[in-house]
Design a binder for this molecule. Structure first.
Ligand code: SAM
Length: 217
């Protein structure tokens, strides 16, 4: 049965786990986040607005803010991660408006953002169709949303690499990769979710570990 509603999702990373997530991201993933920021910057110009959904520790938004005069907002369900994001932005000397919120009911008016990006988080959302519909609502006409995530049908080797990218090795990487992959969606599931929204134009590109989904309003 198609998963329009999933239990055990919409969980924010809080407390000691949030601090550990920040440490792991800072130590292992800044390079990939710089690349993702450059990709998002290709869809915006100076003065434009961008939203990162579920920014984790905030480094992608922070890197994006260094690439132009954009107005960037980051929204995560985790209270503690929002605090960590804000501290990280202050430390980097950049301005990003990090705030708490749930992708299923975003605290934004319609048509607010030229670009929306969401990395390795869509599989964590409880209501995928609601999440996509909310993305459509807050995206400006002509804007692009970019979702990067794992593919449930990817090889174990590919998903293990995701865990290796955060410093895990051997069996630990294998198990972490398997857990991540089990919660992810397949290409077919994504296509069905999108078909239940107002998005008419989209492209799904395969990547090493999953896919990049470009949605145009
Ligand atoms: C695996 S982390 C990915 C974070 C970041 N994008 C990265 O690449 O490191 C998943 C994130 O989704 C957030 N999250 C989970 N459910 C959410 C929801 N319903 N709305 C907003 N954020 C959510 C979690 O707090 C966490 O920051």
């Amino acid at each position: 049965m198609m998963k329009f509603f999933k239990r055990f999702k919409d969980l924010g990373i809080e407390g000691a786990q949030a601090k550990y997530y920040d440490k792991l991201t800072r130590e292992h993933r800044l390079g990939e986040m710089k690349d993702q920021a450059r990709e998002a910057a290709g869809y915006i110009s100076d003065g434009d607005t961008a939203l990162e959904i579920a920014p984790g520790a905030g480094y992608l938004s922070i890197e994006l803010s260094k690439l132009g005069k954009y107005k960037i907002t980051g929204m995560d369900i985790s209270k503690d991660l929002v605090e960590i994001c804000t501290e990280n932005a202050n430390e980097a000397g950049v301005e990003v408006d990090f705030r708490q919120g749930n992708v299923s009911n975003m605290p934004f008016d319609a048509n607010m953002f030229n670009c929306i990006i969401c990395v390795l988080a869509f599989k964590n959302f409880k209501q995928p169709v609601k999440a996509l519909s909310e993305i459509y609502r807050v995206l400006k006409p002509g804007g692009t949303a970019l979702i990067m995530d794992l593919n449930k049908d990817a090889t174990m080797k590919a998903t293990k690499k995701v865990a290796e990218n955060i410093g895990l090795k051997g069996l630990k990487a294998f198990i972490a990769g398997a857990i991540q992959r089990s919660g992810a969606y397949s290409r077919k599931e994504f296509e069905t979710f999108i078909a239940h929204t107002e998005f008419k134009e989209y492209e799904i590109r395969n990547t090493e570990m999953g896919f990049s989904i470009f949605l145009k309003k």
